[in-house]
Write a protein that binds this ligand. Sequence first.
Ligand code: 9WO
Length: 263
Amino acid sequence: MRIDVLTILPNIFTGPLDEGMLRKARERGLAEFNVVDIRDFAGDKHRVTDDYVFGGGPGMVMKAEPLLAAIEHLKAGAPGRPRVVLMTPAGRVFDQALAWELAREEHLIFICGRYEGVDERVREAVVTDEISIGDYVLTGGELPALVVIDAVVRLIPGVLNQEGAAEEESFSTGLLEGPHYTRPREFRGMMVPGVLISGNHAAIARWRRKEALRRTWQRRPELLQSAVLSPGDRKLLEEIWSEEESALPSPAPGMESGGGEER
Ligand code: 9WO
């Protein structure tokens, strides 16, 4: 996958794209990152990329001309039709389903705005996707673009190890993960749950699934609506509900079993 990023602050990307999994993806030839300074496409000698807002008011807006020149240059240098993504709080809220969708693409171009925003005609002319990473305002689209890049690149086949890829298939059932432990077995009087050192792999798998269901129900009960739950999962939830009589969240709407249990 080729990923182009358009920004007036290219240095923001050098650290994050050069470390860890993103670095490995590039070294393995699975992802190619191309961070472009929009100023390089500003025609004037002062390389101006922003201008005053028509109609008046404070702040500046990113000019259309340098951005469109940069995007046309990037499109001309690659086959196919890239998704051109504008990072904005007014966009579609990013989630794992959108990450999978973008992971299937050959070429992504991210536009990172600064100042008060981007001239509307850039959106009209070239933007195919507008993405928000959540309901808060930042100083620019660079950090949101990095969030999306991280989530997408780890889904490209071969980027995660085989084990992680399999886990991604099976554990992307829309649940939160349960607790994890490593050595020592006792830490400041706190013990690792006995089942995890029992060697009973079926019991361990059942415990892990149950704790994932418990945590999801406790912290994000609405996720249980869209999670893929087996009849065995529903039994585990019944157990959890009977164990946690004093717990604050009630079963998410629609999650009650038909059988009129306690509660
Ligand atoms: C800001 C804005 C606010 C309300 C409705 C729409 C909006 N679009 C923008 C916008 O494009 N702003 C530019 C990028 C310029 C100012 C800083 N920018 C920005 C992007 N701040 N916060 C984001 C962002 C992007 C994705 N997800 C969360 C926040």
